[in-house]
Design a binder for this molecule. Structure first.
Ligand SMILES: Cc1ncc(COP(=O)(O)O)c(C=O)c1O
Length: 392
């Protein structure tokens, strides 16, 4: 059984959004604290014995990370900047796992100064460099399970042709190099891809890991990654994931991002006009610089009008950027708006703000958290001074 993709917001949050859309300048991101907490508790209940490393790339706002720390999560980072951010939020180095396919000497040297997290190693080159610069580090080796993962090409990290991980047949050599290089290998890691909706993909991945633990174990840790799509119920995977870790007496680690934060966040944008060419466009103030996913992956986000109107038509949402691909949603049935009416783009809590950019010198938008009683500002709208500060 899969859980239905939920397009509905909590009524209290939706009412607060209506208010906020009148009060705050758009576009802005808004998150619902209670939805975040519900998601995290649901996952913790499904995997009571697992350590959860939240993939902070999904949404790295400090105000959220500090809460996740209180709620018992660890962090999965993929860049030096994310490690700095994790420490700034209060996480200890033993609570942070740094993955990613390239770790430069400069990155490793800086880690030696700020605190070396657990390192996820992705290739022989990565293993050799870490052994040379940070001997004694605690590491996981990432496996490329070489499976036909079913998701968007950009999101399928577990296919044999992807750039990630070490192929099963090369793992023996990788483990030798790591151990001879004085690295403490805690275990193996697999992350099959993102926005996955088929449990079969996970079961195939778990089987690869079972074989590898039989062949190369024992290990202290089994990291089964993240990737849970919004139409997948991770509780369905819990029995097999938990049993696999137990069979090898390993601690189970998971790295979900999207599943924890996507549905708790929305992007609010206003409509500043309509236009009819061969299609009907609503001209909105958010665009690919605010939310890249529709353009990058063809992602489809449900749209909730925060206004009413009598006639319903089919619309595309066109952003302000001079790129014909700057379309946030296509062929959505919506009431005809008036200028200044607002829309909420749903399921925007993951990979929304974190992928936003300053393209065309658009400042990064305001980000707000509804804590049940009031709006907290997680990040102010970027100032012009901060936009230009680093240029000489
Ligand atoms: C290594 C790794 N772990 C975890 C994640 C989180 O994926 P998701 O947000 O789909 O759960 C990613 C996403 O890119 C990743 O690369």
């Amino acid at each position: 059984m899969s859980i239905a993709q939920s397009n509905a917001l909590r009524p209290e949050f939706q009412a607060a959004l209506h208010e906020a859309s009148r009060f705050f300048e758009t576009p802005f991101y808004a998150y619902d604290l209670e939805s975040l907490r519900n998601r995290i508790e649901t996952l913790q209940a499904a995997f009571p014995s697992a350590e959860i490393f939240y993939a902070m790339k999904a949404n790295p706002r400090l105000g959220l990370l500090r809460r996740f720390l209180e709620w018992g999560l660890n962090l999965e980072a993929v860049s030096l900047g994310e490690v700095h951010r994790a420490y700034r939020a209060g996480f200890q180095r033993t609570e942070v796992l740094l993955n990613g396919p390239v770790k430069t000497p400069a990155t490793l040297e800086e880690l030696a100064e700020i605190g070396i997290p657990i390192l996820g190693l992705d290739s022989l080159a990565d293993i050799r460099r870490v052994a040379q610069i940070l001997p004694g580090s605690r590491v996981l080796l990432r496996v490329n399970p070489d499976l036909p993962i079913s998701t968007h090409d950009h999101l399928a990290t577990g296919r044999g042709e992807s750039k990630f991980g070490i192929l099963p047949e090369d793992l023996g050599e990788a483990l030798d190099v790591a151990r001879k290089g004085d690295l403490e290998v805690l275990g193996l890691h697999v992350h099959l891809g993102s926005a996955l909706s088929r449990p079969e993909d996970y079961h195939a991945g778990y089987e690869v890991m079972r074989q590898l633990y039989l062949q190369h174990g024992p290990f202290e840790v089994l990291n089964l990654g993240g990737g849970f799509g919004l139409d997948l119920n991770p509780a369905e995977l819990a029995p097999s994931a938990t049993a696999l870790a137990k069979a090898f007496d390993a601690e189970l680690w998971l790295e979900p991002g999207r599943y924890l934060v996507a549905e708790a966040g929305v992007l609010v944008t206003k409509i500043w006009g309509t236009k009819r060419t061969r299609r009907n466009f609503m001209l909105v103030d958010a665009g690919m610089m605010t939310l890249l996913r529709p353009m990058l992956y063809g992602a489809q986000h449900p749209i909730l009008p925060l206004y009413t109107g009598r006639k319903t038509e089919t619309w595309d949402l066109a952003g302000p950027v001079c790129e014909s691909g700057d379309i946030l949603a296509k062929e959505v049935r919506l009431p005809t708006p008036k200028e200044g009416d607002a829309l909420a783009i749903l399921q925007a809590g993951a990979y929304g703000s974190s992928m936003s950019s300053n393209y065309l010198d658009y400042p990064r938008p305001l980000e707000l958290l509804w804590n049940g009683g009031e709006w907290e500002v997680l990040r102010r709208k970027q100032s012009w001074e901060s936009l230009f500060a680093d240029e000489l």
